[in-house]
Design a protein around this ligand. Sequence first.
Ligand code: AHR
Length: 324
Amino acid sequence: MKKWGKIFALVAAVLLVLSVAAFAQPKHWVVGFSQIGSEREWRTADTISVQNAFLEDPTFTLIYSDAQQRQENQIKAIRSFIARRVNAILFTALVETGYGPVLQEAKRAGIPVVMIDRDVAKEDRGLRLTIMGSDFIKEGEKAGEWLADYLKKKGLDDGKKAINIVELQGTTGSAPAIERKTGFANVLKSHANWKITRSQTGNFTSSEGKQVMEAFLKADKNIDVLYAHNDQMALGAIQAIKEAGLKPGKDIIIVGVDAVKGAFEAMVAGEMNASIECSPLLGPQAVLAMRDLRDGKKLPARIYTIEGIFDETNAAEALPTRQY
Ligand code: AHR
């Protein structure tokens, strides 16, 4: 009897340890990540940041899907995540509109969708839980405010003489293209002599940025400022400006967004004037949000990234520390 008592106590102790361990161990979660594709190093840095952050936490498995810049591939990917009954979906929307039905399907299946970097259109925001990433309107405003300060500092703006600005827009219909335009236009309102003389999409790529800038210069060389919705397009445009016999950063003031290494090199070389930071290093934030979600915590309606502005005053010092 004594012997059985001891065995019983031992088994009970083992069971207790196992159940405590199981209780302490967070539930394993499978997260589907629909990425838009890869324009260049910004997007690659973003993808790697997310993949590495999830790899570091063995309580998650990330299923990655690269849409190769096609909305229909994203819709298919989200449907396959739903069919696999993932625990949550991380989603970067290529463009804002057109995802309503698939987001409805995720909602019906009870799978939370967290946006990362690019959001969906206002009317579909009720179908996703939150958005983490940059404030694109603020970025456009920062670009405009930086320009106003710079022109003032250099004595280039008397408030009367026209300041001719050309704009290279990002992918048509994407949140960063729409909102960076809006943000810049907000600042433009208080400068009556600033004029956007031409504005066209360069699709966030350097090759298209170069082509469009070539066309702008062909039509009219009287350009004071280039505002590019990302640095890649600005870097392509710099080539076009040089080929047109002008000095980028001097004859034409150039402001980009992202703060990629190439922009820092151009700023240090005096060929670009400023870049508004938009950080792609969103992986750690994404993992934190997923952990909170798994723990039953309520996520904030918006999770912002803190970012800076770089120009000739601080680019050289920051360049060695840049991760993308
Ligand atoms: O959505 C963020 C934007 O997308 C980055 O500014 C750009 O470089 C990328 O293509």
